[in-house]
Design a binder for this molecule. Structure first.
Ligand code: 4AD
Ligand code: MG
Length: 477
């Protein structure tokens, strides 16, 4: 059978076969050698033109970015850097690309520049590698859960509830004649709205996923999630994809086991199935780091890091133990954290989380049993009355990768907690029903997919691991 893409052709390596390919020109040199890329792999295939028998007109139109179709024979290559090449017998220009206007030149572009060209940046090596790895990771996510008896559940995007109680929601309203309905004092009138009450984009599908876990046993969501937090950081997006497994009859220990096994398994999958792209990204990072002073370079290469995480146990530490470690640590030359930890109960800042994973334990860390006051209402209260069965999985270079908990399954305790945190029982009557009818221990977590892609690809900025990043003041597309 005729091989249909560059990845398959390079893998097959058989020479002297007739092939036909369509793709885009990456470079064209000496009026002879086209580096062709069709998106199936990071590797270009060299296509050698018989320029004496090719018209001037066609040769001129072979420019970076042009779409072409070629036919020819696969042959052993004499040149360096590739084992096979295509001896072209027929070439057709499918779509021209004016070199004076095309923004993606065969040179190094800054990521800032490429972000402004989000529609074209996937034509570069780095972004195409990242996006292929992202795609394989999504598949690995589904594969892991499907292989382990989980049901995929789709929770609402448009919703009346605020699952996290953090008030970071995008409001959704319907418009008549391009105007939102307003009250007499000029505020948006949600009672006239589509749902007859204030409506938002989901910040988490957890509460709805819980309802399904309490019937199907093991479920997971994997979908878009929205947070209107105004954080201009390298780890926050306004629209990101969250993976949320939820399991009945599973306690916090089981939840930690699940999170760890899941992450190791998907990393193992991409290590096995994205070898070329990861090797490219590994090299890219090593080159970048070689420009930094020795002290700022990572101790491991990207591939070493991925293998290390896939093969070694995460460290599990309670919040209270972590606070003790932080209090007794000298994090840097100044020997102080910017936000000193002076009392039990304070929320950890990212400098603390990073210190624990990057300097102290030097491996992913699962922190558990956080103070009740800094965590969400639905987390199960411990016997001590002041901590909850929460867990965060912290990763080197990333910080929080996962947030999860054993859920409060006791009706009375949950109602008390909601009262104390000013959460309307009437709004969440359906959530309370789960505690009235056949309640049971259950747990789950949320993993930010882009943070996982960031860790896997070694990209420094979360905006560079999602095709069209949504961040404050930025929605060109
Ligand atoms: O810790 P979070 O807020 O937890 C929840 O939403 C729970 N309801 C999840 C659950 O138990 N089912 O968010 C979970 C994860 C974080 O650990 C982080 O990885 C990611 O979602 N995340 C973000 N990723 C990118 N941009 C943002 N603005 C994010 N906010 C959270
Ligand atoms: Mg969290």
């Amino acid at each position: 059978m005729m091989k249909s893409n560059v990845a398959e052709i390079l893998k097959s390596g058989t020479v002297l076969q007739e092939i036909a390919l369509k793709g885009w020109v990456r470079t064209f040199r000496s009026n002879r050698f086209i580096a062709l890329n069709d998106g199936s792999t990071i590797n270009n295939i060299q296509c050698v033109i018989d320029f004496e028998n090719t018209s001037e007109e066609t040769l001129k139109r072979i420019t970076t970015g042009a779409a072409i179709s070629i036919k020819g024979t696969l042959a052993e290559s004499q040149g360096k850097g590739q084992s096979v090449e295509v001896q072209v017998s027929e070439i057709e220009i499918l779509g021209d690309s004016n070199p004076d206007e095309y923004p993606i030149q065969p040179k190094k572009h800054s990521f800032e520049f490429l972000r402004e060209n989000a529609h074209l940046r996937v034509r570069t090596n780095t972004f195409s590698a990242v996006m292929r790895v992202r795609s394989k990771l999504s598949f690995a996510v589904h594969k892991y859960f499907q292989d382990n008896g989980f049901n995929y559940v789709n929770t609402p995007i448009v919703t009346g509830s605020d699952a996290e109680g953090a008030g970071e929601m995008f409001r959704v309203t319907s418009f008549e004649d391009n105007k939102a309905p307003v009250t007499e004092d000029g505020k948006i009138d949600y009672s006239k709205d589509f749902f007859g009450k204030e409506t938002n984009l989901t910040v988490s599908g957890q509460l709805e996923a819980e309802t399904y876990a309490m019937a199907l046993g093991k479920v997971y969501t994997f979908g878009p999630t929205f947070r209107a937090e105004n954080s201009n950081t390298t780890r926050h997006l306004a629209e990101f994809w969250m993976i949320e497994p939820e399991v009945a009859f599973m306690d916090l220990d089981g939840n930690m086991d699940l999170a760890e096994d899941f992450i190791k398994s998907v990393l193992g999958y991409v290590l096995e199935n994205c070898k070329d792209d990861l090797a490219f990204l590994d090299q890219r990072l090593t080159q970048e780091e070689s420009k930094l002073p020795q002290a700022q370079r990572g101790e491991m290469s990207l591939l070493e890091k991925l293998k290390f995480v896939a093969d070694n146990n995460f460290k599990r530490v309670s919040y209270t133990e972590a606070i003790d470690i932080l209090r007794n640590s000298k994090p840097n030359k100044k020997k102080k954290f910017q936000y000193p930890i002076d009392k039990w109960g304070a929320d950890l800042q990212s400098e603390h989380e990073r210190f624990l994973v990057e300097k102290h334990f030097k491996c992913p860390v699962i922190l558990f049993d956080y103070p009740a006051d800094i965590k969400a209402f639905y987390m199960r209260l411990n016997e001590d009355g002041k901590t909850v069965r929460a867990m965060d999985v912290l990763f080197p270079g990333i910080g929080e990768m996962v947030g999860g908990a054993q859920r409060e399954e006791r009706y009375d305790v949950l109602v008390e907690k909601m009262k104390a945190m000013n959460i309307d029982e009437k709004e969440l009557w359906w959530y309370l029903d789960l505690r009235k009818f056949g309640t049971a221990v259950h747990s789950g977590f949320g993993l930010g997919f882009e943070r996982l892609v960031q860790f896997t690809t070694g990209m420094g900025n979360i905006r560079d691991v999602i095709p069209f990043p949504r961040t404050p003041q930025n929605a060109e597309f």
